[in-house]
Design a protein around this ligand. Structure first.
Ligand code: PLP
Length: 378
């Protein structure tokens, strides 16, 4: 059994129904008291931010999160009406557009807090914002004590603090105590601010892993899952609670067979002659390579599914082509579809398996699928 052909060199098939089901699974896990803000940054991890956002909005999402202003503006342009949190921007040249399009900024320094206040005053616009605290990630966020933060918030009279957030550095590591330490510091800052009369509506700390592994103390009033929405939950190290949510990948990645040919024993395959045929072989050359996002590190190590069977890649992955072993696949023909990531019959390859072989992470595999790979919604 083979996958259905399509008139593309390489394409992804995305199930919006599965995206909706994954969103539902997260909502069910956290219950009605916790808002779920799906993360649709990086083109929804390559699943298509507009289509994914439309689906989530239709399924009741009130918030979406993006990384930067440009991503948020694109969603507004496509008619998305939910609240949109911009998590990693506030570059000076993006601020006007952010407010113009009713995007909600995450502020990550006290200088930027003042700058937002000045801008809001100039524009005569009240602006809600979320403030990010650096509780130990050492990346974005304010690194100060509650009194200093509280004073800056109270001084900024043209803007309204709506959320207080932080991000965990080691949520998947149950050997480390870093997550507990971060959560504790966040708690201290939030209660210190409460003592000063600052009560943001949302406290939020959790991406997929703290949701999936039931770290309920870190859910606050809102969670920010990305990976889970696309059907993935990473494995964790150490002893973790059982997973709360069942999600399934929504994306399948395929490529067309461009050529099939026989090679004699001893023939070399691809750049650098990295593979030598140990016997006469039949090979298939796929119309996709590292420029499509197949990690070059899969050279001579990765696999694909062809005619329903897992077969190895042979030799180097090249820019536009990848060669695979078709010796035991007599039916495989030019124009047939093979599966780079996803299910075909009983066989499956997911982004985590690919990542492991390529020495990377599943997030990078998904977001690495390049723009020239066509997208089909199923
Ligand atoms: C990307 C991101 C998330 C989502 O992370 P997942 O692991 O994909 O769930 C949540 N919060 C912040 C701040 C992020 O940058």
């Amino acid at each position: 059994m083979a996958a259905a052909r399509r008139p593309y060199r390489s394409w992804v098939e995305i199930s919006l129904g599965q995206i909706a089901a994954n969103f539902q699974a997260v909502k069910q896990a956290v219950g009605p008291g916790v808002e779920v803000m799906p993360v649709v940054k990086a083109d929804a991890y390559r699943h298509g931010a507009v289509e994914v956002s439309r689906t989530l909005e239709a399924k009741g999402a009130r918030w979406l999160a993006v990384s930067n202003t440009e991503e948020g503006v694109a969603l507004r342009g496509a008619g998305i009406r939910t609240r949109i949190l911009v998590m990693a921007d506030f570059l000076p040249f993006t601020r006007e557009a952010m407010l113009e399009h009713q995007l909600t900024p995450v502020i990550h320094s006290l200088e930027d807090l003042q700058a937002l206040n000045n801008l809001a005053r100039r524009r005569e616009q009240r602006v809600p914002y979320h403030l990010k605290i650096d509780t130990g990630m050492g990346r974005l966020g304010v690194r100060a004590q509650a009194p200093e933060i509280g004073a800056a918030i109270l001084e900024a009279k043209n803007i309204d603090i709506e959320g207080l957030m932080t991000h965990f550095a080691s949520a998947g590591n149950y050997v480390s105590t870093q997550t507990d330490e971060q959560a504790k510091l966040f708690e201290e800052i939030a209660s210190g601010m409460a003592n000063l009369g600052v009560h943001p509506r949302y406290l939020h700390l959790s991406s997929t892993i703290p949701v999936a592994y039931a770290r309920k103390g870190a859910w606050g009033g809102l969670v920010r899952p990305g990976h889970a929405i696309y059907g993935y939950v990473s494995q964790v190290s150490g002893v973790a609670p059982e997973q709360l949510i069942k999600v399934k990948p929504a994306l399948t990645w395929r490529a067309s067979v461009l050529a099939v040919k026989n090679l004699p024993a001893g023939a070399l395959v691809g750049y650098g002659g990295m593979f030598r045929a140990p016997r006469p072989m039949r090979v298939a050359i796929l119309a996709a390579g590292y420029a499509d996002g197949i990690p070059h590190r899969l050279s001579n190590r990765g696999s694909v599914i062809a005619s329903g069977q897992i077969v190895p890649m042979l030799g180097a992955v090249s820019m536009d082509l990848t060669t695979v072993d078709a010796t035991d696949l007599p039916a495989l023909a030019v124009g047939d579809a093979v599966t780079l990531l996803g299910d075909e019959g009983e066989a499956r390859i997911d982004a985590q398996q690919i990542a492991k072989i390529a020495g990377t992470i599943s997030y990078s595999v998904l977001t690495g699928i390049s723009a020239r790979v066509k997208r089909v919604y199923v």
